[in-house]
Design a protein. Structure first.
Length: 195
């Protein structure tokens, strides 16, 4: 369900009781003392197994979840064993994510378009074999290393005296913008459009 379909329902659920209590007849009824029983039923409290399933479903919904994480999460949901789900969330998820991260950086390393800084940083990460450092690099470091390699590639394009004025202008604009996204966009799209 899309969020824009849910938000009006949530807003209505919050505003309707407040508006009803603001009217004179409901305000008088609300002011009258009533005995409230504090009966707690298991239907009102969320089930621990439901919470575990929701946590695993959120992991599955993450587009960065790799193959091993996805396979293990699906198997846990199929088995519907709360103890196994809890154990996986505490330790298994981290191990599966670490394996998926190693596969991801190995694929980046195998890409012939990976630049010098990206390659050097991946080799250092593989030598250190630190899962947390690999995860942090994939989340932020890769983008920065790729941007440096992209700057070098654009500078090499500009060093060619035979490039067209339009290509020179587009390359200069990407370097002036100097964001990782602008640099990458120029190399993937902009240089072909400027021709």
């Amino acid at each position: 369900m899309r969020l824009h379909h849910v938000l009006p329902g949530i807003a209505a659920g919050i505003l309707v009781p407040a508006l009803l209590l603001a009217t004179p007849s409901f305000a008088a009824a609300a002011a009258a003392p009533t005995a409230v029983t504090a009966a707690s039923s298991s239907a009102d409290e969320p089930d621990d197994a439901d919470d575990l399933r929701v946590a695993i479903a959120r992991i599955l919904a993450d587009p960065d979840s790799g193959r091993r994480v996805t396979q293990e999460a699906n198997a846990l949901l199929d088995a519907n064993d709360p103890d196994a789900m809890r154990a996986w969330l505490e330790t298994g998820y981290r191990l599966a994510q670490a394996e998926d991260d190693r596969v991801a950086i190995t694929r980046i390393l195998a890409d012939p378009d990976s630049g010098k800084r990206v390659t050097a940083e991946i080799n250092a990460l593989l030598d250190a074999n630190d899962s947390d450092a690999i995860r942090a690099w994939l989340e932020t470091g890769y983008r920065l290393a790729q941007a440096e390699d992209d700057r070098v590639a654009i500078t090499r394009i500009l060093a060619d005296p035979s490039i067209s004025p339009a290509l020179r202008a587009a390359a200069g604009a990407a370097l002036d913008d100097n964001t990782p996204e602008a640099l990458r966009h120029f190399l993937e799209v902009g240089r072909y459009e400027a021709g």
